[in-house]
Design a protein around this ligand. Structure first.
Ligand code: ATP
Ligand code: MG
Length: 366
């Protein structure tokens, strides 16, 4: 739902630690890229909120997201190292309550990197697989233990994540065409490609269903999925190997929850600091942008957190809201600052700069 007039309402949930520093930075960039276009509402959640109130994710936050907001930005939550009674992660709960069934993570070469540029998008199914947390411990008569875990793969969830992969592959293809038409160099040649990641040679029933479901989407409903998108399959082990050897050969990769979790963190290592990697939690009617990093308690409160991941997450949010031009302007401004202003960058990128300094430079570059 969006607010009256042409204004869109964006929820801001800074939550914990450096989330309180990088989310305001991202908000300032959104305001600068489209002055007066957005209403911002500040919403509570997080471990610190839990310590104060006993609630990690207030009902009001969920209600206002559903009722007022077109999308939202989430900062980071601190994860207590031991189990705290009554506490569970608000971001996990938000994904469930808002039905954000896909985690989408762009992986792109650091600006100024040499070699063939990397520009891939990893789409991870976010609601099932081993992460349904159905585990039990059995003790045998001789006292030794066995742990069991269930893995759930449904046709419905696999098809909808497959559909999202093909849709995004087409969207990326269209953006590349537009850039080529403007005379920009675009490394990827040919049709968009979807790589389905699975292990159906071993887990023929569960991974087999995931694989078949994604393949069936390509052969059904939208003719463009088949005509305009190439399809490739990778067993997850070979995917890891190839992704590290030849990351530039991937466009969109789609995977069940566990494999997706692992390959998306691995891919982040290909492109440098955690402080620059963005993600989005996507459902059919809502998007939540979220930097990949955590609350970084070691640097929180010092004004030196890198805001780039949060700013790029804001750009992702705009892309999913259909504001491609604004999103592209933000990415270009960030690229410019990263490549031309090494001295003002934050310490994680080797500079002596601050969150504020980087944010102001991005706004100026817009
Ligand atoms: P959490 O429990 O919230 O995940 P964490 O201790 O795992 O906290 P992360 O946020 O995952 O911390 O960060 C890991 C390391 O990367 C830390 O040393 C942190 O300072 C650094 N880091 C993470 N994000 C940023 C950022 N935006 N800018 C600078 N450094 C960062
Ligand atoms: Mg962490």
């Amino acid at each position: 739902a969006s607010a009256a007039g042409s204004k869109s309402t964006i929820g801001l949930i800074p939550a914990d630690g450096i989330g309180r520093e990088v989310i305001p930075a991202a908000r300032d960039v959104l305001e600068a890229v489209a002055p007066n276009k957005f209403n911002f509402v500040h919403l509570d959640a997080g471990f610190e909120h839990f310590q104060k109130t006993g609630v990690a994710l207030p009902d009001e936050t969920v209600e206002r997201l559903k009722g007022e907001c077109a999308g939202a930005l989430f900062g980071a939550v601190s994860s207590p190292s031991h189990k705290v009674a009554g506490y569970s992660s608000p971001i996990v709960a938000l994904r469930k309550k808002m039905d954000l069934y896909a985690n989408v993570r762009p992986v792109a070469s650091p600006v100024g990197a040499t070699g063939t540029p990397i520009d891939m998008l990893i789409i991870r199914e976010n609601t099932e697989c081993l992460y349904i947390k159905s585990e039990r411990l059995e003790t045998l008569p001789d006292g030794t233990k066995i742990a069991w875990a269930d893995r759930k793969i449904t046709e419905t969830a696999s098809k909808r994540i497959g559909r999202m992969a093909f849709r995004m592959a087409l969207q990326r293809g269209a953006i590349r065409e537009a850039r080529r038409a403007r005379g920009e160099t675009v490394a990827w040649e040919g049709k968009p490609r979807v790589t389905v990641v699975h292990k159906s040679n071993v887990l023929s029933v569960s991974d087999g269903l995931f694989r078949e479901s994604v393949l069936s989407v390509r052969n059904g409903e939208d003719k463009a999925f088949k005509d305009d998108v190439d399809l490739e399959e990778q067993l997850v082990d070979s995917m890891v190997y190839r992704m590290f050897r030849e990351p530039h050969k991937f466009d969109v990769a789609v995977a069940p929850n566990l494999y997706g979790d692992i390959i998306s963190d691995g891919a982040a290592a290909l492109v440098g600091s955690l402080g620059v990697v963005a993600s989005a939690n996507v459902g059919d009617s809502f998007v939540l942008g979220e930097p990949v990093h955590g609350s970084a308690p070691d640097i929180a409160g010092r004004g030196i957190a890198n805001p780039v991941a949060a700013i790029r997450s804001a750009a992702l949010l705009l892309e999913h809201m259909g504001l491609d031009a604004e999103a592209t302007r933000i990415h270009s401004a960030v690229d410019k600052v990263l490549s031309e202003q090494a001295a003002i960058l934050t310490p994680d990128l080797g500079g002596k700069g601050t969150t504020r300094g980087v944010t102001d430079a991005v706004i100026k570059a817009l």
